[in-house]
Design a protein around this ligand. Structure first.
Ligand code: MG
Ligand code: MG
Length: 264
């Protein structure tokens, strides 16, 4: 069942999505070599609760953190740990909140210190694929148009691996609602996009193989060849006048400009 949202509901999803990005912007301020995932996870939880919201991931099916922090070969669902961040890390940080009954969900990949050109390119291509997918979120088109655009850019043009097992999703009164939003697909296939559909689009793109495995902690997902992976995510609304991005990465980028240890 796909729930289409009224304007008032979309505004509440926007508020939650912006709080997620404000939280990620706070992280962009303090992220540096030697910090740990547990430190920034604590900061994120406090920031979210100070703003009258609840971290959406904490306790979700037993997940222990406010953030998913996925370093290097980790694709998604990394558990915040006491391992210090290192120069050269690509840190994909995913955050969700619920406020006034509505969820927001967004992710950004931070590049710390001296990151290889190959990984910088992976991040740039993944971010570009996200926006190419969003451009396809037009009333009357289909979910497959979004996935096709992402796959075309990441896989066909740049020969990266597009993860199949994990996908974007509808979002609203639940963190994960119908429909699924795969990062691969065919034009003209899948559910029709309608005014008021709110979805999280989140390409997970691997430098090498698209294949993944889950670690014994029951959460962490890594590429099977242990090459780097990137992840960017926006919560968006399908509107009659075009796709509307409800989250906002610009506030994260503004903080990155002021942090000499983050290069992208
Ligand atoms: Mg997310
Ligand atoms: Mg998501």
């Amino acid at each position: 069942m796909i729930y289409l949202k009224h304007d008032e509901e979309i505004e509440l999803i926007r508020v939650s999505s912006l709080l997620v990005c404000k939280t990620l912007a706070q992280i962009a301020k303090v992220l540096k070599i030697g910090k740990t995932g547990l430190e920034i996870d604590k900061l994120a939880e406090e920031f979210i609760r100070d703003h009258g919201a609840i971290p959406a991931f904490k306790g979700y099916q037993g997940f222990p953190g406010t953030l998913c922090i996925s370093a290097n070969e980790c694709v998604v669902h990394g558990i915040p740990s006491n391992k210090p961040f290192e120069s050269g890390d690509i840190l994909s940080i995913d955050c969700g909140v619920v406020k006034d009954g509505f969820y927001g969900d967004s992710a950004y990949s931070f590049l710390l210190g001296e990151v290889s050109e190959d990984v910088i390119k992976l991040a740039r291509v993944t971010e570009a694929a996200l926006y190419l997918g969003i451009e396809q979120a037009i009333v009357g088109q289909r979910i497959g148009d979004i996935g096709q655009a992402i796959q075309e850019h990441a896989e066909k043009r740049h020969h990266y691996g597009v993860v199949r097992e994990l996908v974007g999703h509808g979002i609203g009164k639940k963190l994960h609602e119908a429909p699924e939003v795969p990062n691969y697909g065919q034009k003209g296939k899948g559910p029709v996009l309608k005014e008021g559909l709110t979805i999280a689009i989140e390409p997970m793109i691997n430098q090498g193989t698209r294949h993944i495995k889950q670690l014994k902690d029951g959460w962490t997902v890594v590429s099977t060849d242990l090459k780097a992976s990137a992840h960017y995510e926006h919560t968006i609304a399908v509107r009659n006048n075009g796709p509307e991005i409800l989250s906002d990465h610009q506030m994260i980028k503004d903080e990155i400009k002021n942090n000499s240890e983050i290069i992208l």
